[in-house]
Design a protein around this ligand. Structure first.
Ligand SMILES: Cc1ncc(COP(=O)(O)O)c(C=O)c1O
Length: 468
């Protein structure tokens, strides 16, 4: 694309209110225009190739530009573009429902299709409230989530989210949504064992249920790994301990697998295969189609469904979307799953994950890298320009922007969350590509650090070295 064509797109793009739009820069934004992609790489309109370390937005799991995906989508459009899901169905929607029921754990045998992750969470929460109304438990409506959780941008999903930085100037359902501390291992007191920390966090769930009243708590919602919160890892046994608490008080456990499902942790679903739990509901999206077409879903247990039909078999769950079970989206999901199975992509993800984690760990020798953590093919390289100083929030935000800029110049897309570089590449990444990714990230962080030192010293009028 010519420079002037790029400038035209950037100008027109200022009419596009992007997610988390910075209103004050409206009209002045010059976002990078991505014009094409292949495998784990994307290319901007100037022809610069970038390794797509976030896999789009944790979603392009099988990699970009799969011809057979394009063909499957094309064929479906030519055969049947759309059918109303209210009274009719299509082969892709029905076949995918059967396939998801097979892949999901335990008795999660039914699927409710949505248009993405937020609508999956929203519909799951509405389903839980609907069920409690049907069962005559009208008071049992409160939802417990965790700090730093991200569950989406519809009203209920956003109310369940717990990142304080996302709460500015927006309204939420405050009265019935509650947040307990997330199980971040970095918050564990040094003298406390992992097991005690696990018990503490699970106890906080139980305490919260008792504080609200067990007859008033409907559901606990939790990502297996808090993803957008910064790849927050829980102590071993945490999920099982929380599930046990939920069972004790008849609280529905919703596992939000929008990020972790479809291979990110080396399995179709992580709840049981990685964390040993069978929740009542699993929400998913993103990797279900590897981002080729929007689709979300929640899977629900027979136990919950049966309890409704036992009460009143004629009850209608009046919730759904024009695009529920969209045939083109469902065909993309089926092809995505077929590719993952045929190419052994989950096995590959499990096989390569230790190398991915080990190589990222080598970055801890950079003075501003304060922590590297992760599991499967998701990791976070956290930077802190002034460790131990809580006033360094703005500096850390600035360092994140600098890392972003330098990495992009070097050929790596990072898009840090504040100063956290979240790495979640397409699952097809090879060892050589991991080396390439880590080497560019190292250079990018080092350049950002040097630039920060130089600018600080200039501001202070002195020569010095990093004080971290
Ligand atoms: C765990 C989790 N749940 C829900 C969502 C919302 O999904 P979507 O953006 O597809 O609506 C996200 C998005 O990042 C997520 O990470």
């Amino acid at each position: 694309m010519t420079k002037s064509a790029t400038r035209t797109i950037q100008r027109q793009d200022n009419r596009f209110l992007h997610p988390w739009e910075d209103i004050k820069s409206l009209g002045e934004n010059k976002r990078t225009v991505i014009s094409n992609a292949d495998g784990i790489y994307i290319e901007d309109s100037d022809g610069n190739r970038l390794l797509d370390a976030p896999a789009g937005m944790w979603c392009v799991n099988i990699g970009h530009r799969r011809e057979e995906m394009a063909q499957a989508i094309y064929d479906q459009v030519m055969e049947l573009t759309y059918v109303s899901p209210w009274s009719l169905t299509s082969t892709p929607a029905a076949t995918l429902a059967e396939k998801l029921a097979q892949l999901s754990p335990g008795d999660l045998n039914h699927v409710f299709y949505t248009t993405g992750g937020s609508t999956a969470v929203d519909s799951a929460l509405r389903f839980v409230m609907f069920r409690n109304n049907v069962l005559g438990m009208e008071e049992k409506k409160h939802i417990i989530s965790r700090t730093n959780a991200y569950h989406g941008s519809t009203y209920l999903a956003a109310s369940a989210s717990g990142k304080s930085s996302d709460k500015n100037y927006l309204d939420f359902e405050d009265e019935t949504f509650h947040h307990i501390p997330d199980p971040n291992m970095l918050d564990k007191p040094a003298e406390m064992s992992d097991a005690d920390y696990c018990s503490l966090r699970a106890q906080q769930l139980e305490d919260k249920i008792n504080e609200i009243g067990e007859d008033r708590v409907a559901a606990f919602i939790a990502e297996p790994i808090l993803a957008s919160g910064g790849v927050i890892l829980a102590p071993e046994g945490y999920h099982a301990a929380c599930l046990a608490v939920c069972r004790k008080y008849d609280v529905v456990y919703i596992s939000d697998e929008v990020v972790t499902a479809f291979g990110r942790l080396g399995h179709f679903f992580a709840s049981e295969d990685v964390f040993g739990i069978v929740p009542d509901i699993i929400t998913c999206a993103k990797g279900i189609t590897s981002g080729y077409i929007p689709l979300g879903a929640f899977l629900v247990s027979d136990r919950l469904l049966d309890s409704i039909s036992a009460e009143d078999p004629s009850i209608v769950f009046s919730n759904g979307f024009t695009y529920s079970g969209h045939p083109v989206a469902c065909v993309a999901a089926l092809k995505n799953i077929e590719i993952m199975e045929r190419e052994g992509i989950l096995e590959h993800a499990r096989d390569i994950a230790p190398y991915f984690q080990e190589q990222l760990q080598t970055l801890t020798d950079i003075p501003i890298v304060s922590n590297v953590r992760g599991i499967g093919l998701m990791a976070c390289v956290e930077c802190d320009i002034n460790p131990g100083n809580s006033d360094s929030l703005a500096d850390n935000y600035a360092i994140g922007n600098r890392i972003d800029k330098h990495c992009q110049e070097l050929g790596l897309l990072v898009r840090p969350i504040n100063s956290m570089c979240v790495m979640s590449p397409p699952l097809i990444i090879t060892r050589e590509q991991i080396d390439e990714m880590v080497s560019m990230l190292r250079k990018g962080i080092e350049m950002a650090m040097q630039e920060h030192i130089r600018d600080n010293n200039q501001a202070l009028g002195k020569v010095g070295t990093f004080q971290g």
